[in-house]
Ligand binder design. Sequence first.
Ligand SMILES: O=C(O)CCC(=O)C(=O)O
Length: 285
Amino acid sequence: MAPHLERRQALHQVHRTGAAFIQQALPAGFCSRVAAEVAAAAFEKLPEHEGQVRQEGELVVLTADLGAYPAIKGLRDELTDAVRMDGAGIAGLDRWIPNEVSVQRYQAGAIGITPHLDLEKYQYLIAVFTVEGTARFTLCKNRAGDALAAWPARPGSLVLLRGPGLGGIDDGRPLHAITGPTAGQRISVGFRMAAAPTSSECSPTHGGRRPGCLLGEKSSGSIETATADLRARADRAEAEAGALRRERDELRTALEARSEAAAATSPDAGQRKQPKRGRRATASE
Ligand SMILES: O=C(O)CCC(=O)C(=O)O
């Protein structure tokens, strides 16, 4: 994994701007192990259209205990610990537990996925490693795909995206797109924390997520979703309450300083203190 400081800076950047890129997050040998592990997985073709989004690639979603995928399991565990440690102080990251792994495969010349938002149910953070092949990842200004930033998603690189609730931000999901590789194939491994699979999203043939729902931009309700939403709102309320407390304290300090200054510069400052002493004396008699 990338050094501690680089990860920390990247997580703060995700919080502030919506996305960050780490060029060298995984060693080449480890990427090859992950690619070999998923080579025989049951990929399914993504639907070509999802609303206004176009996509060309394949997907397999791993939701179980990952026993058959030891390298991915190890990566998930290490990533979870790293995010908790390096994201300390960014609301939501202390409870980020990726429970869904999406492995995506694209062939040379494929469209990839045109500008889109990830589903709202993916809370706090999305982490996508590239383990094979190269493509251009774009952080988009608009649906036309104009770039705010563009990064080469190569083996070992990591893209981090903001999910709902991160740092108390209600919904700061970034618009993004990925091309297909220019040669060979590209494989990405994405880690997400799904608040809950809903009955309409579940299908036994698709590992609990229907193909294409990756790109849907709303999720429907369920108890788990509602619970996660309440948690995110509680985090936000906590952050706002902290900010209000700090503002109150600053205002109080400023007010005290101002009244002391006013009292000190007033021509009858000495006299004003007299009645005070007098009253106290009177009261105690
Ligand atoms: O395959 C990738 O690198 C990322 C694909 C993507 O944009 C997504 O899964 O939302």
